[in-house]
Design a protein around this ligand. Sequence first.
Ligand SMILES: Nc1ncnc2c1ncn2[C@@H]1O[C@H](COP(=O)(O)OP(=O)(O)OP(=O)(O)O)[C@@H](O)[C@H]1O
Length: 750
Amino acid sequence: MSLNNYEWDLENEWLQKVLNEAKRQLDEKRDAKDKLKKDAIETQRELWNDLGSVSIENGLDQLSDFVSFMDIMRNQKRSHEFTKKLETKYEKMIVSPYFGRIDFVEDNESSTEKCYIGLSNLIDEDYDFLVYDWRAPISSMFYDYETGQASYECPEGVISGEITSKRQYKINNGKIEYMFDSNLSIDDEILQELLSKNSDDKMKGIVTTIQKEQNQVIRNENYKNLIVQGAAGSGKTSVALHRIAYLLYRHKYTIKPENIIIFSPNNIFNDYISNVLPQLGEDNMYQTTFKDYMHKELSNEFKKETTSEMMEYILNSSEKLAYQHRIKNIKFKTSLEFMNILKQYVNHLETMDRGFEDIIIRGKLIISSKNIQKLFFNDYSNLPVKRRLKKLKSRILFLIEPYKKAWIDEIYQELDESGDFIDKQEMIEKSTLIVNENLKHINFKISQMTEFNLVKIYRNLFKNLNKLSNKINVKYDNNFIYHIKTYTIDNLNARRLYYEDQVALLYLKGALGDIPNTSQIKYVIIDEAQDYTPLQYEIFYQLFKSANMTILGDINQSINPFMNVGNYNNIYNISKNDTCIINLTKSYRSTMEITKFSRNLLTENISDEYVERHGDEPSVIGFYDENSMNKKLIEDIKSYKQKDYKSIGIITKTARETRDVYNLLRANDIDVVSIEKDDDDYTNGVLVIPSYLAKGLEFDVVFIYDASNKNYNSEDERLLLYTCCTRALHVLNIYYFGEITSLLKHNKDI
Ligand SMILES: Nc1ncnc2c1ncn2[C@@H]1O[C@H](COP(=O)(O)OP(=O)(O)OP(=O)(O)O)[C@@H](O)[C@H]1O
């Protein structure tokens, strides 16, 4: 139903009112900013005139004046940044102040409130809301309800009433491009139009079209931890980022971006999502990857394998003799049994006899082994092992100190009496040296008793693997135990830390109390959650004990067949009383044809919905040889570029293939970028990328490069191939030479 002229006039009038108010407030902010700038220049001038050069010789008064000036300047800087942020907010508002409206009549009230909803609040001088921030409590009804009975939660409780009208707008450059009443359930059409566009840059916000089920994740504060399962393209990353924006708004006095950390799969992805929060008017939170976090915590004396290196090994090496050994190790070290062994081991380290000895200096008992034991097992028992040992060492050294001092004084006296020295300082140094020399063996003993060497601790675990597995009632074959033990110790001797060993080490480090305090983190977001093992989740919970967690993933996109969560129950059980599992049930990214095709690759049916947007059927084309395949690829890329597709992703299985395809395209005058490592920058255009780095990203056009049986030859690669296909928004082309992979045989026939 199109809106009549009368409605248009009213809407234009309202828009004008909003724009005028936004302009007035913008001018106010600009004036304030100018004034702040002038004040800052004036302060600097005063600083220069009053203090000139600051020197300690000019007395403490001058220093104190200087410190006051610095305080003033710091405050001016803060105010300037704040005003600049507001200026940006009003500038954005003038372009597009709102995108939605609901007319709401509260129960037992007769007046209707017209609530316009935009990226941020606009409040006039009479404290009336001209526009509500999309995160305001009342705005939630825009996402949750059509016209009719509705309610929302606010600090005062639940407010109920009726939505009498719901309208959506597209406003650009201060003009209404279109508007419509959405009680006609037209959302899907809007979505289709939005989703059919080519992706011209990094990820974008979805604030105007957030869906009800997504809104319920964004605003969910009923549980400490949320686990969100959603099929490919169901908006998990978008929801995660909008949830962050929501939390920053709702708790603006208690939560700052530095209180939030997001773990994402790699740095390319971090770069890809980096525009969303600034678009929503918020600063980015702390973004990291598990690998980066772990590598910072673990010793640099070892060569540490990266996630990409691990994936390359898994995808490239199945023919190698050592492959089966490595896989056996990965499987064992990512198993729930190994996690229990680690827990058992920590328990053992906390309670085992540590062979503490008496500390005696010159016949005087400083502290008995019994008392040391009492300190370790009783007084410090609430601390983890590493902190207990540290405290113990300080305590013993503290007790030794007076005896050491007395001894130094005695020797000083002797030296003085000997008449061999005239310099006091020299005698102090000499006597200290003599005592230190005499105490060497005691210091060595104390260091040994309180030693904390993580790698040594890890090594000892494997020496005791048999006993530990017996303790958890798991019986392994002796050959198996021997194999795991020698494999691990050989690698440690070669100063090589495989990814699975790093995770185990990090767990031990945390459980034994050797991880810096992270209490400033209040929210942890884990995206691509399927790719972390239960042990990694134990680490997350251990590191961020008091933080709230939002965990978003898709079990069907477990790209590493040996390192994944397996089943959400494995993490749900860690903290089941305050955890909720939510499903996102609709996919938005791809055309129906691509979605259906991709889902066919899975062994289990996915009944999730998708947006009804049509496109060409994916094409699966076989070639006799590699040259013909490459020739067609080059032709097609050129042709898609001409058709104005903005992002074209050529997804190869491995990084080696990425390099080859990149060289091929370059040699054929195609402007192309390759991503081979997980800290390369994300760029739009034509991009060649290995399969495992493409997760989380999306492209207008996707080419799966060489889906032959030779290349994708294992059932373990099914989910990887599925993940690659689901990266396509509009076009999916799958090329191979020789025989097609058996993973796609079924799809080829459809
Ligand atoms: N409510 C929505 N309105 C408009 N677009 C949406 C909506 N939800 C998701 N999208 C779009 O769908 C695409 C997929 O979203 P997103 O990457 O957040 O999904 P995902 O579940 O994290 O995907 P994957 O697991 O496959 O990486 C993006 O282009 C996003 O903008």
